[in-house]
Design a protein around this ligand. Structure first.
Ligand SMILES: Cc1cc2nc3c(=O)[nH]c(=O)nc-3n(C[C@H](O)[C@H](O)[C@H](O)COP(=O)(O)OP(=O)(O)OC[C@H]3O[C@@H](n4cnc5c(N)ncnc54)[C@H](O)[C@@H]3O)c2cc1C
Length: 469
């Protein structure tokens, strides 16, 4: 296997006589791409680039690069998580990828620094980690975790059982209220139900496996102990959604679909809810919009909703209000990209040319991929986007024939096709890096790696995992 320039420079900085392989590569154009975030999207972009012999540096804010696979999907998706983690590991342990853990764009490194270092392109694969802020009166008076957002809540659920877990502990209480309506809000309601049942069983001296309970569903799991859910007398968690149940985005509604197709999708949504309810017993109250969170001494004590009217077109307040007592409100109304001081925003998203190229309008050569720009919390969508954009950037940097690269924009709208041709022209004409540029990048990356004692991907991963278990 051919080693990249960066690999050689990093592992053999004091070479006096250049190995043959470097001389060979000096005949070609040298390219090194910076990728921010190493999860599904970041690792897939890295893979596409290394397939074309391009070196990649992956800057990741955490110790491990699994993103929402590890900290978003609840841990009962074990098999899916293992599969995706294996794919990420394979892509990032490639010898032409240099992984830089504990390096957060915006804190430890800046876009300007990466531009000054002359990276051939910068790819933002940093996902959507900011919970969309809930708008409700009284929120500023809550000072503890009895009001919280979905992302840190799921992080807690996924990690609280680990030996060295030192994060927040969320006070899951019966009758928790989940504000939202997507698949993630169902996951949050399920966590609340599983934790409430677990608590009741533990009070009876029963040791509980929450993952087994999720897999079987609560009634079947309880049957192991000859217990009925009703016997536990649990006040169920409840999802409050502003529109109707048939509008909950649990199954995708294709744009411009026929009325028959629309009805089918709506039925699927209702079925998903009914099945989840049968297994986990949480409730759903459609047509409720949060108005005010009530608190006592900084802890949530209740929430008032506006009752809404919605006929499929116009959503409006009915004038009626509903008050519900609860000790926990979890907002699960969506995740948006985290603002970065150097990247301009357009409302809740980065200011990009379009969601196909993810080209950041302020810069040339900076592109977003995956959840950071697609607006869809879905592994397949992130992977596909990263694959397409990664392959396109790689072909452009390699100055491949325009007729071949044109396949990338053939099916796009004229506007996007024009943008892609502009990107192709920019990247394909970009001069390669000279030895001094490569050495500067290698020194920069080497110093960041040294700071955290990083040597290579596999041994780093093993050492982090061994500290957890
Ligand atoms: C509760 C929940 C359930 C879900 N269930 C499913 C499901 O069943 N099926 C499905 O397909 N999808 C599901 N998803 C969505 C799916 O997990 C994500 O859409 C997908 O994993 C996103 O991949 P990504 O690589 O685009 O982003 P991420 O996984 O978010 O990766 C971004 C990476 O960038 C890093 N990063 C962020 N900011 C910086 C920075 N400033 N500097 C350096 N690094 C940074 C992060 O640490 C992370 O590693 C779920 C999501 C949630 C929240």
């Amino acid at each position: 296997m051919k080693r990249g320039y960066l690999y050689i420079l990093l592992t053999n900085k004091k070479i006096i006589q250049k190995p043959k392989i470097i001389e060979e590569r000096q005949m070609q154009k040298k390219q090194i791409v910076a990728v921010i975030g190493g999860a599904c999207a970041g690792s897939e972009v890295a893979h596409q680039l290394t397939q074309k012999g391009i070196d990649v540096v992956v800057f990741e804010q955490n110790s491990l690069p699994y993103g929402k696979i590890e900290d978003g999907l609840p841990r009962w998706h074990g098999k899916l998580q293992d599969r995706e983690i294996k794919k990420i590991d394979e892509k990032l342990s490639h010898s032409n990828v240099r992984f830089v853990p504990h390096c957060k764009l915006g804190e430890d490194v800046s876009v300007q620094q990466l531009l000054d270092l002359k990276f051939s392109a910068i790819i933002l694969a940093n996902g959507a980690w900011k919970d969309r802020p809930l708008r409700a009166e009284g929120l500023d008076k809550v000072t503890d975790l009895t009001f919280c957002y979905q992302n840190p809540f799921i992080y807690w659920f996924n990690h609280y059982h680990e030996k060295n877990y030192q994060g927040e502990t969320y006070p899951v209480s019966e009758g928790a209220i989940v504000v939202g309506g997507g698949l993630a809000s169902i996951d949050v309601a399920k966590v609340c139900q599983l934790e409430s049942v677990k608590k009741k069983l533990e009070e009876r001296g029963i040791e509980v496996d929450v993952i087994a309970m999720e897999h079987k569903g609560i009634p079947k799991y309880l049957a192991n102990f000859d217990i009925k859910y009703e016997d536990l007398n649990i006040k169920p968690a409840c999802i409050y959604y502003r529109r109707r149940d048939i509008d909950m985005p649990l199954a995708e509604m294709p744009k411009g679909c026929t009325p028959e197709k629309k009805e089918k999708v709506q039925n699927v949504r209702v079925k998903i809810l009914a099945n989840a309810n049968k297994k986990y017993f949480f409730e759903v109250r459609p047509l409720h919009l949060p108005k005010e969170i009530h608190s006592t001494d900084g802890s949530v004590s209740g929430i008032t909703f506006h009752k809404m009217n919605y006929d499929g077109e116009k959503l409006e307040k009915s004038g009626e209000e509903v008050h519900v007592e609860t000790n926990l409100v979890i907002s699960s109304i969506g995740s948006i990209p985290e603002p970065l001081s150097e990247i301009p925003m357009e409302w809740e998203t980065y200011d990009i040319s379009d969601t196909v190229t993810g080209a950041i309008n302020k810069y040339e050569g900076v592109y977003g991929v995956g959840n950071a720009v697609t607006g869809k919390g879905n592994i397949m969508v992130s992977n596909r986007h990263a694959k397409n954009m990664g392959a396109f950037v790689a072909s452009s940097l390699k100055s491949e024939e325009k007729e071949n690269v044109a396949k990338s924009w053939e099916k796009e709208t004229q506007e996007i096709a024009d943008k892609m041709q502009e990107i192709y022209a920019y990247l394909s004409e970009k001069p390669g890096l000279d030895d001094e540029d490569c050495t500067k990048i290698a020194d920069f990356v080497g110093d960041l790696n040294k700071k955290v004692d990083y040597d290579n991907y596999n041994s780093w991963k093993e050492s982090i995992l061994s500290q957890r278990n």
